[in-house]
Design a protein around this ligand. Structure first.
Ligand code: URA
Length: 197
């Protein structure tokens, strides 16, 4: 391992320690675990961003391990995403009570952690899972119904929003467009991977 990679790994480990000790907003008072994210921060080219941990994520400390996460994993595996290619994080890292939407103040308090992750991972592609992530990352008035599946180039990132897995579970009719959106991501990722080979 190069010195640079070693340094990056150490900084990430230190980041996790600090993030897990965060008390910057009231969500921290009700949490069991801070959910930092999951995946491969050292090699990820795609960063998926959800909303915030649900019950199972709060209990385990791992992102997207509930029913929605399992559905997402199934699709990623089906589309032959390699685990080394992605990382999954959230807008807020502690569970909002009863899975309510995080408040603006909670999101603003938590976003510096995500910004640090984006900078460290430096993904080529960002995928916003659902309305809350799209509003924070792409456009505060983002309308999933009209704008999902459309690439936005911002800074060095290609960004796309699609349905949140929980919305797909609630409404299986969304599966087709969800699949189409993730095919677009995989296609762009394949191009990126070949370019950098
Ligand atoms: N929903 C999210 O937005 N994130 C998770 O980690 C789990 C469920």
């Amino acid at each position: 391992m190069t010195d640079e990679a070693k340094n990056k790994r150490e900084l990430w480990a230190q980041f996790e320690v600090e993030c897990k000790a965060c008390w910057k907003c009231p969500l921290s008072e009700g949490r069991t675990h801070v959910v930092v994210g999951r995946g491969c921060p050292e090699t990820a080219k795609v960063l998926f961003i959800g909303e915030g941990p649900g019950k199972e994520e709060d209990l385990t400390g791992k992102a997207f391990v509930g029913a929605g996460g399992k559905l997402l994993d199934l699709l990623l595996r089906g589309l032959r995403f390699s685990e080394a290619d992605y990382y999954i994080a959230n807008i807020v890292k502690c569970r909002p009570p009863n899975n309510r939407d995080p408040s603006d103040a909670e999101m603003q308090a938590c976003l510096p952690w995500l910004r640090w992750q984006v900078k460290s991972i430096a993904p080529k592609i960002i995928v916003c899972l659902g309305r809350i992530a799209a509003a924070q990352i792409m456009d505060k008035n983002f309308m999933l119904i009209k704008q999902r599946g459309i690439w936005l180039k911002k800074a060095d990132f290609d960004i796309l929003a699609t349905w949140h897995p929980a919305a797909v579970l609630r409404n299986p009719g969304k599966k087709i467009t969800w699949f189409d959106d993730l095919v677009k991501v995989k296609t762009l990722l394949n191009g990126e991977t070949q370019d950098s080979d």
